[in-house]
Design a protein around this ligand. Structure first.
Ligand code: PHE
Length: 456
């Protein structure tokens, strides 16, 4: 047990894990999804619940997942199998890995469609498509894109090909390079945009929308969304971080590492939110516009900025990279498993996964046009199109459930001496607080939020 290497290799340096995990965490979840969910759920109160979920549930589980991966040194499915055997527990714990790999495939299918929108916007920005546009024109550009199935499928295909292209090459070539250059660029750009919107009259309004909590706008559903999104944003509950943890060398500062990843992820989301909501209020737009929000606001700002064509292009390229580095981590668990256990080459495994995800992604793309009438419903609980259904199923159910099982496994099933050693938290108080969160607070929180709809 406790191998020192996985068959897929090891990160070249301590920072590479931080970069890769941050690359996985920071993505469309921060820049596209967080602002629009905040808008739909009424603002500040949602943000507050989200931050509490990140701090009390997300971060402790982040550490637990890294710990599992580094101990198991294999794909999440095989890691969970071998750690269950080590703990003399039922092999059913392997189910965490299975559910995660499936969740990864499902998320990647709709993620790749949105990734495609972002790539399309790089192209639009480069053509000068935003210059001098009114809010109505910008909104029309986006709805035209959604109404065009060929374009959506083509952009989705391109984004997915980019993603699988890196997964095929394994963890060193591609991924490490992409995060090293692009992540700092993205943060600088967000910071630059933040400084820009601070000069606008509507900044106080955008700020208030994000940070003044009106709890009357909150209901069970939005609390579940906040919890689910904290998992989505930190890439938790489906094995992405576990898979990356498997490629990590031994080190002594796991706590610090996890803190850095969580902080960067949260900062990226908050900055994106402030930028987007200031533009919303500056232009009299609707904060609850839903998935269209980012695509209806940012182009407006770029259209007005001097040099906006260049800034807009660079910005959307950086968002593409953020989405790309996240998408890679969505595919890695399934591919790593197929290579280990099905004796497929990385190429074969990536091709099979790619075709599967592509087909599901096409269905998601068609949900915005030809198939918009097709919905999946469950009594009064929900009626959703395919795109929204996959999003809700994974974000609100599969990821929190995976997180819950991870807490129970690490907190209650694994040998506590091993957990203590692998957690690498040297300060006893720190270790005990973390264990308390993993054993009690996180599972109770997840259960309460998830079961709540049943009692309403
Ligand atoms: N965390 C990524 C984002 O915010 C999405 C993701 C979810 C990636 C789950 C891996 C696993 O965009």
């Amino acid at each position: 047990m406790a191998n020192e290497q996985s068959i897929h290799g090891i990160w070249t340096a301590r920072w590479t894990f931080v970069l890769a995990a941050t690359g996985s965490a920071v993505g469309l979840g921060n820049i596209w999804k967080f602002p629009y969910m905040t808008g739909v759920n009424g603002g500040g109160a949602f943000v507050l619940v989200y931050l509490v979920c990140i701090a009390c549930i997300g971060m402790p589980i982040l550490l637990a997942e890294v710990l599992l991966g580094r101990r198991g040194r294999a794909s999440p499915i095989n890691t969970m199998h071998s750690l269950a055997a080590e703990a003399r527990a039922t092999p059913f714990w392997g189910g965490i890995g299975w559910m995660g790999a499936v969740a990864g495939v499902l998320i990647l299918s709709f993620y790749s469609v949105v990734g495609g929108w972002v790539v399309a916007y790089c192209w639009l920005a480069l053509k000068g498509g935003f210059t001098g546009q009114t809010a109505e024109q910008v909104a029309a550009t986006f709805s035209d894109l959604l109404a065009n199935p060929q374009a959506l499928i083509a952009w989705h295909t391109l984004f997915l090909a980019m993603t699988m292209g890196v997964v095929v090459r394994g963890i060193h070539k591609g991924l490490e390079l992409a995060v090293q250059i692009m992540m700092p660029g993205l943060f600088l750009m967000l910071l630059g945009l933040l400084f820009y919107v601070m000069t606008l009259d509507a900044f106080p309004q955008g700020f208030a929308f994000m940070f003044s909590a009106d709890f009357s706008k909150l209901n069970g559903d939005s609390v579940l969304s906040a919890l689910g999104h904290s998992f989505f944003s930190l890439s938790l509950g489906m094995g992405a971080i576990m898979a990356y943890g498997a490629y990590m060398a031994r080190e002594r500062h796991l706590g610090k590492t996890v803190l850095i990843i969580g902080t960067l992820d949260t900062l990226a989301a908050l900055m994106a939110g402030l930028v987007i909501f200031t533009i919303v209020f500056q232009n009299g737009l609707e904060p609850a516009a839903g998935p269209a929000l980012m695509f209806q606001t940012l182009p407006l700002a770029f259209g007005k900025l001097p040099g906006g064509m260049l800034i807009g292009t660079v910005f959307f390229i950086l968002v593409t990279f953020a989405a790309w580095t996240s998408a890679i981590s969505l595919g890695e668990p399934a591919v790593a498993w197929a290579v280990e256990s099905r004796r497929l080459s990385r190429l074969q495994a990536s091709l099979i996964l790619g075709v599967l995800v592509w087909a599901l992604g096409v269905a998601c793309a068609l949900a915005f046009n030809h198939w918009s009438h097709i919905t999946i419903s469950m009594g009064d609980l929900f009626t959703l199109n395919i795109f929204d259904f996959l999003d809700k199923l994974t974000t609100n159910i599969m990821l929190p459930l995976g997180g819950l099982l991870i807490c129970i496994f690490v907190g209650w099933v694994m040998d506590s001496a091993i957990v203590r050693k692998e957690a690498d938290l040297h300060h006893p108080l720190l270790y005990r607080s973390w264990l308390f969160l993993v054993r009690f607070v996180a599972p109770a929180g997840i259960l309460m939020v998830m079961l709540n709809p049943l009692f309403q």
